[in-house]
Design a protein around this ligand. Structure first.
Ligand SMILES: [Zn+2]
Length: 413
């Protein structure tokens, strides 16, 4: 699948959008050992590296690869649970977990492939006990599996935390260079406060990252504020709701919030006070607007969060709540919803995600990994960023390169 050669390669295109600097017509990147060594005009980069292999895409635009800051690989497009509320949907999903085992691995491979063909180069995936790690590791993408754990299935909070920490250590062995495993605290209504606190402390001690779902649905807000609603009995075991505060305040009280934390959704019940807490602590956010719309979870106040200095990336979530694994399509939806510019959108899909996850990617600049997408665009576009985003959202990705390896290339050139 990979077409990586041993030597350096020049990737060049009619337009190059580094995101970290203005777009370049007839731009090129010199890539050596997976990283970008030079960025400039094709003529200059070519002259300075005369015997280097050149992959030239004249009628295309090269952009940084999409960084998917929150996704689930193990769902398939067909037969998603029906539900008029978030808790109905989640209840139906949980009921089908035994049946789902038969096809989760196949779904994960298919979803990874779909993401790659849409220009995704880095994926932050969350799955129960990291079950989708093999498919992510084999896909060619860089990424992190965040292993969710459900303490009521394991034992005491101490036992549950020891278990998931050991599990993540085991998952981390023998992985490709740019794939790793971390912990996810699934949500405030599935993981009890003591397990949340203990695992948050433990992961921070070890310098690990932590993924959480937070303030996603009206029912989550209700569960935490008053201990009532559709999520009070999700596993027949969560009795810690009714604490009278917002999900953000609750997460802060159990020490889940930190600069290493990436919180997905923040779609419902996020106040200005909550935004200030997130900004002050430095929590990163993954915005999943299509999933939020499908599950009637409201609109995340992303412009206000960005204005407060919060690091925001985009996430597709999984195919049982979202129509595709195309992160650029997700981002175009956000751009329309929030009235953002094409440049702001392209930055959210790439550098925004990289900043949120604390990874060295998201722009095409010297020293970074050569993670990029080659997109078929009209070279006449007046708004180059918007044009590239629309093209990538609409199936225009022709090739995907991760760390200099072309892991997808429908052009055959
Ligand atoms: Zn999710």
């Amino acid at each position: 699948m990979s077409e990586s050669g041993a030597g350096p390669v020049i990737f060049a295109a009619g337009t190059l959008i580094p995101v970290s600097s203005p777009p370049l017509r007839d731009g090129a990147l010199l890539v050596r050992e997976g990283r970008i060594e030079a960025v400039g005009a094709i003529a200059d980069v070519g002259r300075e590296n005369p015997d280097t292999e050149v992959r030239f895409f004249p009628n295309y635009t090269i952009i940084p690869g999409a960084v998917n800051a929150h996704a689930h690989l193990g769902f398939r497009r067909k037969d998603r649970p029906e539900g008029t509320t978030f808790s109905d949907w989640l209840g139906a999903l949980i009921e089908r977990l035994p049946e789902k085992e038969a096809w989760t691995a196949e779904a994960a491979s298919d979803c990874a492939r779909e993401a790659i063909e849409a220009g995704t180069t880095y994926m932050a995936e969350s799955s129960p006990y990291g079950e989708c790690l093999p498919q992510l590791a084999e896909s060619g993408m860089a990424g992190t599996v965040y292993a969710e754990f459900f303490p009521h299935e394991i034992g005491t909070p101490e036992e549950a935390v020891d278990f998931i920490v050991a599990k993540v250590r085991e998952l981390g062995e023998g992985l490709p260079e740019r794939v790793d495993a971390q912990v996810s605290v699934h949500s405030p209504y599935t993981v009890d406060p003591e397990s949340s606190r203990l695992v948050a402390r433990k992961t921070r001690e070890m310098g690990w990252k932590l993924a959480i779902h937070l303030s996603e649905s009206p029912e989550e807000v209700e569960f935490l504020k008053s201990g009532t609603g559709g999520l009070t009995d999700i596993f027949g075991a969560n009795e810690w709701g009714g604490v009278g505060v917002s999900p953000v305040r609750y997460a802060q009280s159990v020490e889940l919030l930190a600069p290493q934390t990436i919180a997905a959704h923040l779609a419902t019940g996020v106040s200005q006070e909550d935004i200030e807490i997130l900004a002050q602590i430095g929590v990163a956010v993954a915005h999943c607007p299509r999933s939020n719309a499908y599950l009637r979870c409201g609109v995340s106040p992303v412009p206000a969060m960005i204005a407060s200095g919060i690091r925001v990336g985009m996430g597709t979530d999984g195919l049982w709540s979202s129509p595709s694994m195309n992160l650029f399509e997700e981002t175009l939806f956000a751009v329309e919803m929030h009235g953002m510019s094409g440049a702001a959108g392209l930055e959210l899909a790439t550098l925004g995600g990289a900043r949120a996850l604390g990874i060295e990617a998201g722009t095409l600049e010297v020293g970074k990994w050569a993670d990029l997408a080659v997109v078929e665009t009209s070279q006449e576009d007046r708004d180059l960023e918007r044009g590239a985003l629309e093209a990538a959202a609409g199936g225009g990705v022709a090739a995907t390169v991760v760390g200099g390896d072309m892991i997808y290339n429908r052009l055959g050139t």
